[in-house]
Design a protein around this ligand. Structure first.
Ligand code: CTP
Length: 420
């Protein structure tokens, strides 16, 4: 499947200069996949591996995948002053994996190799994707170094959780290369897209599409892929939020730094959402929740030999978004910002935006993201166009582009509504 970092749209963009710093961790091999994605997007990538990184993945791999000479030290081609040139010319520096040692050096302004020199001379956005063992990530020294770097405006992603190098599991895995590539692309399009303005905020996002059982193996479902919600989770986490992601039937890896709660039906999504909303500052309902469910799902699989059901009786599902708004109005919920999504088609009564405005008023949420879904737009795609409607009547038009760009614009709108 194509993604936002490749495809016909990307070719028209002017090539951007990206420095990919690779420090010495086992996840260096995953940086090869990141590099492939960056070059396929048409970017001019120079790889700067540390000496330790070259022990994991050799120079020919970086040279072949980047189509550029590999810059390894400050002494080679000294007449070009590489320790200053690379950083000065870069539109973006991405360090993946960023080891505890590399983060420490960057936080303290050390410059004992080409990558650390480049980090000191770069004036463009810098994105660190850390990978290390959990103990190292949680060590007070690393915590302080990460805080220092974030305080200076660098984007330091949280590592993902899961299997680590040995048989151990925990937080410390490199975020998915596809996710790093999408965030890199976002920073190239909008260098100010990932400020730390959601630091300490708890953001609850629902994503995907619910499935309502007809019998133990069949369901009524919808075409939502969950991509927009997952993209929003990645962007909100990169802006510092503590993200809980209630995901209904989404076959995507959970974004780094977010807690994933998988659910199936609307009722399960409702229970998980109400529980997590209790201590959330922001709730964003991107999930496509079934409005109806079979009234009496069969206990056992319906067999071909059974009589063909003349009809399927349906019953209504509660409107979770409306319930959240009501709970807040009644003073039972302290959520500051509630956001709905509406996938609309125009019809003979009204156009997409009129339907959206009416829905915003009906649901009583603070923001409603409206996108047009005719002709297969939005579902399962990597790009999206939308209008963000606010309860104060303002409207923000987001032209067709990567879902991360819409996610960043929505985070801007949310931040503007959060109390200081
Ligand atoms: N939503 C919800 N609970 C439902 C249905 C929808 O919380 N039972 C939320 C969705 O997550 C979304 C918003 O409400 O954020 C709008 O969903 P949509 O299906 O467009 O709204 P409906 O009220 O179902 O309107 P329509 O008649 O257009 O389907």
């Amino acid at each position: 499947m194509a993604d936002s970092t490749s495809g016909p749209g990307a070719a028209a963009e002017p090539p951007r200069r990206v420095v990919l710093g690779v420090s010495g961790g086992i996840a260096a091999y995953k940086a090869a996949e990141l590099l492939r994605r960056l070059t396929e997007s048409g970017h001019d990538v120079t790889v700067v591996p540390t000496e330790a990184a070259l022990r994991f993945v050799g120079e020919p791999t970086w040279a072949a995948l980047s189509h550029n000479p590999v810059a390894t030290d400050v002494w080679t081609a000294a007449e070009q002053v590489p320790h200053v040139r690379l950083g000065r010319q870069a539109d973006l520096v991405v360090v993946a994996p960023a080891t505890a040692d590399l983060l420490a050096k960057a936080a303290h302004g050390m410059a004992d190799d080409l990558l650390t020199n480049t980090l000191l001379t770069a004036r463009c956005p810098v994105l660190f994707a850390p990978a290390m063992h959990t103990e190292m990530w949680q060590h007070p020294a690393t915590v302080a170094n990460v805080a220092t770097l974030r305080g200076r405006g660098a984007v330091v992603l949280d590592p993902a959780s899961g299997r680590l190098t040995g048989s151990d599991t925990g937080q410390g895995r490199l975020p998915e290369p596809a996710e790093i590539a999408r965030l890199a692309e976002l920073l190239l399009r909008r260098p100010d897209a990932l400020p730390g303005d959601l630091a300490g905020r708890r953001v609850l996002i629902t994503a995907g599409g619910t499935r309502e059982a007809l019998d133990p193996v069949r369901f009524l479902g919808n075409r939502s892929s969950g991509r927009q919600g997952f993209e929003l989770a990645a962007v909100a986490a990169a802006r510092g939020a503590r993200v809980t992601l209630v995901a209904a039937n989404v076959e995507l890896p959970g974004p780094a730094g977010s807690e994933l709660i998988p659910v199936g039906s609307a009722e399960e999504l409702r229970t998980a959402t109400h529980a997590a909303a209790k201590d959330a500052d922001v709730v964003v309902m991107t999930a496509a929740v079934a409005d109806f469910r079979p009234a009496a799902p069969a206990e056992f699989k319906i067999k071909k030999t059974d009589a063909v059901p003349a009809s399927i009786e349906l019953t209504g599902n509660p409107d979770i978004l409306a319930e959240l708004v009501q709970a807040r109005s009644a003073g039972r919920l302290g959520v500051a910002v509630i956001v709905g999504f509406a996938a609309e088609t125009g019809d003979r009564h009204a156009d997409v935006l009129s339907h959206g405005r009416a829905k915003l008023a009906r649901k009583g949420c603070d923001l409603l993201v409206v996108n047009a879904v005719s002709e297969g737009r939005a579902f399962g795609r990597e790009d999206n166009a939308a209008v963000i409607l606010a309860a104060d009547g303002s409207e923000t038009d987001i032209p067709l582009g990567p879902k991360s760009v819409l996610a960043a614009a929505l985070c801007d709108a949310i931040t503007a509504l959060l109390p200081g």
